[in-house]
Design a protein around this ligand. Structure first.
Ligand code: PLP
Length: 358
């Protein structure tokens, strides 16, 4: 359960009676208000696994220690999950750190990064800092990566976000495999699977199993989405061990903190948590797509915890109006200036969104 800043202020303002209560009980006893409804950052509205919260509580007193043992334990768990060895795993302070490390290690003024348009722009931002050119290739007509156009000469990194943010669309598995079979060995391919757990299309597959046979493949995953840990910062990469070594050389030691480590481990061990998160997301998403469809708007088929709605008008004033109504949506993606990205929240949050949308 989360507590918004506003709800927190209300709790604090509740007076002496509230002040007399033990703080943790006060925080967790109060259901946060809906306001503002945060549907703009593809966060998980249900919070982390209760097992993750318990693990963090248990680990608080260890905060004076460096978290090396916990990091080794998490890397071992992740390796086991994917049938890899621990030296084929690199932990990150969120998957954003992984994206930054890939840019630092493999892009330069003579080695560009190729990304889709629109996509999650972070790696372009990090690559620019190395002096690299950022080449944008528009998604194809079904909002998949146009992979045939994404590997020209002198490319350091091709970034493929699958499912793609902000379109929630997938790049079909056959196209991914064919691309990975033909891309030059000197070009690194970074597949960002932040939304992997939400994908339900039979045309989608993770490329993690290909890491063993593709030395130029890096896959990024995060605990920020289905595991509900965006505020804790936990992510990882899997890749060939030489690639992991090269990324690790750029990384700050112990960049993932103790709370994130123990929460991530507990989340992985919480069997059923992912399936329940996926089920809730799919059910609410289906209701939103149907309701928006009845209002006459098309939605790009979604394999993620957000949807992209074609408003057929400038999206900026709509985002601003919704914000004034306490519903945060968007942001603007310049390649699709008439599309509105909306995160799938709880049924109550989506009800509020639909009211304002109407
Ligand atoms: N990759 C994609 C595709 C994202 O959409 C996001 C965040 O929204 C990230 C990576 C960053 O996630 P993290 O919180 O793990 O840094």
């Amino acid at each position: 359960m989360t507590l918004s800043r506003r709800a927190f202020a209300q709790v604090l303002g509740a007076g002496a009676a509230a002040a007399a209560l033990p703080f943790p009980r006060l925080v967790f006893a109060k259901t946060p208000t809906l306001s503002p409804v945060r549907l703009n950052a593809n966060e998980n509205p249900y919070g982390p696994s209760p097992a993750a919260i318990a693990a963090m509580r248990d680990a608080l007193s260890l905060s004076s220690r460096y978290p090396d043992d916990e990091a080794d334990a998490l890397a071992a768990d992740i390796a086991k999950l994917h049938g890899l060895s621990a030296d084929e795993v690199l932990l990150g302070d969120g998957s954003s750190e992984i994206l930054k490390l890939v840019a630092a290690a493999y892009t330069s003024p003579s080695r560009s990064v190729v990304i889709a348009d629109p996509t999650f722009e972070a790696i372009g931002h990090y690559a620019r800092a190395t002096g690299a050119e950022v080449v944008k290739v528009p998604l194809d007509s079904s909002f998949a990566h146009d992979l045939g156009k994404m590997a020209p000469a002198n490319v350091g990194v091709v970034y493929i976000c699958n499912p793609n943010n902000p379109t929630a669309s997938i790049t079909p598995k056959a196209a991914m495999r064919a691309f990975l079979d033909t891309v030059p060995a000197t070009t690194m391919v970074l597949v960002d699977e932040a939304y992997h757990h939400y994908a339900t299309s039979s045309d989608y597959e993770s490329v993690v199993p290909l890491v063993k046979s593709k030395p130029n493949l890096i896959v990024a995953r995060t605990f920020s989405k289905i595991y509900g840990m965006a505020g804790l910062r936990a992510g990882y990469a899997v890749a060939n061990r030489d690639v992991i070594k090269k990324l690790d050389a750029q990384k700050a030691w112990d960049s993932m903190n103790l709370m994130a480590l123990v929460a991530a481990r507990a989340s992985l061990a919480d069997s059923g948590f992912v399936a329940e998160g996926r089920r809730r997301n799919s059910a609410t998403r289906a209701h939103v797509v149907e309701s928006v469809g009845k209002m006459g708007y098309k939605v790009i088929p979604s394999d993620a915890n957000f949807v992209m709605i074609d408003l057929r008008r400038d999206v900026k004033p709509v985002i601003a109006h919704m914000r004034s109504e306490g519903v945060r949506v968007g942001r603007l993606f310049p390649a699709l200036p008439q599309h509105l990205r909306v995160t799938i929240g709880t049924p109550e949050e989506m009800q509020r969104f639909l009211e304002v949308m109407r």
